[in-house]
Design a protein around this ligand. Structure first.
Ligand code: NAI
Ligand code: MG
Length: 352
């Protein structure tokens, strides 16, 4: 089988880390005899918006629907294109219209990467954040009334459905069940968000009945965040609503040294639509154009893509090469080194 993959670099460092991701995927697919056919796409970028007034062409769905996966860099920047336009005009459309309701974000401390948390060693930080990716706090339901007057009012609704909550909770329970520790943390805020979050906790109880071997621990998002820093070894799988999961999945990687390592998978587990694999980080305007971005998040996201396509051996080979490179170098500046994006990507590809 030949897998059809759309390669969308996007903006800023998305354009710099994408070639390294492709380099590593090329190496690993030759080693394991996997056939990947890439379609490079230059839309879903602010460049495209500035040329056409749209983030994507009208037929974007028709172009992407036949793909087996989407490999995505980062979108957003320059500042003349507001973030809500770039994000809602591309990535959030993919997540919603391709029903990628799982956003899976592994967090792991690697050997060779200095940990900002005192006394932590590899093994102490190794968990998965499962973020609900299609509803919750990220909706465009609402509006502004009496705009521009001193009576201005703004309302933006949060939306949780039984269908949407149950499917992400089920995924998280199943994932927990497959892991050695079988421990699931459910992020909540049932003391403050007094309607939706007690309901969410109730759905977790209900869905959890089918998984008696999984231990469950509900934690309010505020103390949960503190524990990501103070007691990261408590966590195995963490399931959270869209906003809580978004925040946790930047905080988690920050405790492992740099956000430049953190990958993510936006999954439609039923495979009715293509899933999307991308680094957690954005386009990083502050370092863009200098070839110093860490390519590991992009490369690891490629590994997650191959794993989802059924090639666990190729995923593992990429992870081993990343692990070794983080120990031996070369390292980009966010890891305390002086290597370029290209140096690091080449080193990982050569190990494969
Ligand atoms: P960001 O993730 O782009 O950058 C945050 C900080 O982390 C910056 O200091 C940056 O230099 C650093 N950083 C990020 N990736 C790095 C890497 N690979 N290597 C080394 N350092 C790295 O987040 P920010 O600044 O909030 O957003 C910048 C733009 O990116 C905005 O337009 C935003 O909307 C967009 N964005 C896009 C995302 C996506 O496409 N999935 C996700 C987050 C932000
Ligand atoms: Mg984020």
């Amino acid at each position: 089988k030949t897998y059809k993959i759309a390669a969308i670099a996007g903006d800023g460092i998305g354009k710099e880390v994408m070639p390294e991701g492709l380099r590593v995927l090329d190496a690993v697919s030759r080693r394991f005899g996997i056939h990947l056919a890439f379609t490079p796409i230059d839309w879903a970028s602010c460049d495209h918006y500035q040329k056409t007034g749209q983030m994507m062409p009208d037929d974007w769905r028709e172009q992407l629907q036949p793909m087996d996966a989407i490999y995505f860099g980062a979108v957003g920047w320059p500042a003349t294109v507001p973030d809500h336009i770039s994000l809602w005009g591309s990535l959030l459309k993919f997540r919603r219209e391709f029903d990628q309701y799982i956003n899976l974000r592994p967090v792991r401390l690697f050997e060779g990467v200095p940990c900002p948390l005192a006394g932590r060693k590899p093994g102490d930080i190794d968990y998965l954040v499962v973020r609900e990716n299609t509803e919750g706090e990220y909706t465009n339901l609402g509006g502004v009334m009496y705009a521009g007057t001193d009576r201005e009012i703004v309302i933006q609704e949060s939306v949780y459905s039984r269908f949407g909550a149950d499917r992400v909770l089920k995924y998280a329970f199943e994932l927990s069940q497959q892991r050695a520790r079988k421990h699931l943390t459910v992020a909540t805020k049932s003391n403050g968000i007094a309607i939706a979050m007690p309901w969410w906790d109730g759905r977790a109880d209900e869905v959890g009945k089918a998984y008696p071997t999984v231990t469950v621990d509900k934690q309010h998002i505020d103390i949960l965040s503190a524990r990501f820093v103070l007691q990261p070894d408590r966590f195995d799988v963490v399931v959270a609503s869209n906003l809580f999961g978004d925040i946790l999945s930047d905080l988690g990687p920050a405790t492992t040294g740099t956000i430049g390592l953190a990958p993510s998978a936006n999954l439609n587990p039923e495979r009715k639509f293509p899933s999307l694999f991308e680094p957690v980080h954005g386009s990083a305007p502050d370092i863009a154009g200098r070839n110093i971005a860490n390519p590991v998040a992009m490369i690891w996201s490629g590994a997650l893509m191959l794993q989802f396509l059924g090639h666990t051996d190729a995923h593992d080979a990429i992870l081993r090469a990343i692990e070794r490179t983080l120990i031996e170098g070369p390292r980009t500046p966010d890891l305390g080194g002086t290597a370029t994006t290209t140096d690091m990507g080449r080193a990982i590809a050569e190990l494969i």
